[in-house]
Ligand binder design. Structure first.
Ligand code: AMP
Length: 195
């Protein structure tokens, strides 16, 4: 069983690493950002609600986000584990995840923190904005998203550190190098990928 969280500031490369790690461990990568974007695209009720927050670089309210994750983690494909990318992002979400996992009689194996320099991240995100054209990738919104991360999400690292779950990884470098660092760090903790 491999149950991981991936935490890091916007632009740290969470999505890319999540996909590679999920493949290595044979578990689903669950990105709340991707689920929200899919709902925005389909213009579902959730998508319409979420879009107004996402466009401003604000977090979608906890109640909506928590319901979505509770539902997703009740699906059968998480039986062998999962990698949550971009959740939890607030204290309330940490408590909700604790509750969801304890209701399934499970817990986390590791919290992977992808650490990065904020200015480098702003540069990366501006570049991604040109390539992907995301509505939340304008410079003002990008800077706001970094601030929201610092205020609301960075403090969560303390919570998970005190529980002994945090594996901090230098997120600067080539994609493959960063993946290698994560795999090495997890393997050193006895959490090697299934072969
Ligand atoms: P991401 O792709 O992870 O950067 O997420 C894109 C946007 O989706 C964020 O800026 C938030 O507006 C929203 N979002 C994603 N995950 C969460 C979460 N756990 N809590 C609240 N909002 C979220």
């Amino acid at each position: 069983m491999s149950r991981f969280l991936l935490i890091g500031p916007p632009g740290a490369g969470k999505g890319t690493q999540a996909a590679l790690l999920a493949q290595a461990y044979g578990i689903p990568a669950i990105s709340t950002g991707d689920i929200f974007r899919a709902n925005v695209k389909e213009q579902t009720e959730l998508g319409v609600l979420a879009k107004s927050f996402m466009d401003k670089g604000e977090y979608v309210p906890d109640s909506l986000t928590n319901d979505l994750v509770r539902d997703r983690l009740s699906q059968s494909d998480v039986a062998r584990g999962f990698l949550l990318d971009g959740y939890p992002r607030t204290r309330d979400q940490v408590l909700e995840l604790d509750d969801i996992l304890s209701s399934h009689n499970t817990g986390l194996d590791a919290v992977i923190l992808l650490a990065s320099d904020p200015e480098e991240l702003v540069r990366r995100l501006l570049n991604r904005a040109q390539v992907q054209g995301r509505a939340d990738d304008t410079e003002d919104v990008i800077r706001h998203r970094q601030n929201v991360y610092l205020e609301q999400t960075q403090p969560l690292v303390e919570i998970y550190s005190s529980r002994g779950f945090v594996v901090e990884i230098d997120g600067i470098g080539q994609v493959g190098e960063v993946t290698e660092r994560i795999l090495n760090a997890l393997t050193a903790r006895g959490l090697s990928p299934a072969l």
